[in-house]
Each structure stands twice: as structure tokens, then as C-alpha cells.
Design a protein around this ligand. Structure first.
Ligand SMILES: [Zn+2]
Length: 103
């Protein structure tokens, strides 16, 4: 090496980087933890969002189809799932047993 002073500077510079890396291990851990938390929250929010959208679609559907009333008692018809698939059932079930096929 030509200049021992320059070598010294280089050495301490490289050593400083390595040292900083190891001294900041908690920072990497923190970033990793934050990332995992964000992923976790994201998955929860996604589920909630999906649920909200689902119920919103349901609400809009029934708002639009405001005429979807039970012809027997005047109650609202709600979507139900039975043995043979989805159908509309009267809100007042089991008092009223009116059902209507979907489609
Ligand atoms: Zn009814």
C-alpha cells in the first residue's frame, strides 16, 4: 500500500459500515416486524373490506329491488342458502314460510 494514512481511512470506513450494520440489527428487526404487522393488518383489512363490499352489495340489491316483498305477509325477502342452493325466504320465517327461487 502506497499511503498508510489512506489505508487507515479506508479501513476505518469499511469497519464503520460493518459496525453500523451490526449495531443497527434492532433496526432491521424493527423493519421486519413492521413489515409483518403491516402484512397482518392488510390481510385483516382485506377481509373486512370484502365483507363490507359484500354486505353493501346486498343492501344495494335489496334497495334496488325494493319490491322484493313477501306476497303473503309483506315482509322483506332475504337471501338464504338451503340444501338445494340459494333462494329467497321470508324475513318472518318460521311464522311465514314463503320462499321464492332465485333466477
Ligand atoms: Zn312472508
Amino acid at each position: 500500500m502506497a499511503d498508510p494514512a489512506l489505508t487507515n481511512v479506508l479501513n476505518s470506513f469499511l469497519f464503520g459500515i460493518v459496525k453500523a450494520f451490526f449495531e443497527l440489527w434492532w433496526l432491521w428487526l424493527l423493519i421486519l416486524a413492521l413489515y409483518l404487522v403491516m402484512e397482518f393488518l392488510n390481510s385483516i383489512l382485506y377481509k373486512v373490506d370484502k365483507y363490507k363490499k359484500h354486505s353493501l352489495i346486498n343492501k344495494l340489491y335489496f334497495k334496488r329491488g325494493g319490491s322484493k316483498k313477501c306476497p303473503q305477509c309483506g315482509g322483506n325477502l332475504v337471501k338464504r342458502t338451503g340444501k338445494y342452493g340459494d333462494f329467497y325466504g321470508c324475513q318472518n320465517y318460521p311464522k311465514c314460510r314463503f320462499t321464492e327461487k332465485i333466477g
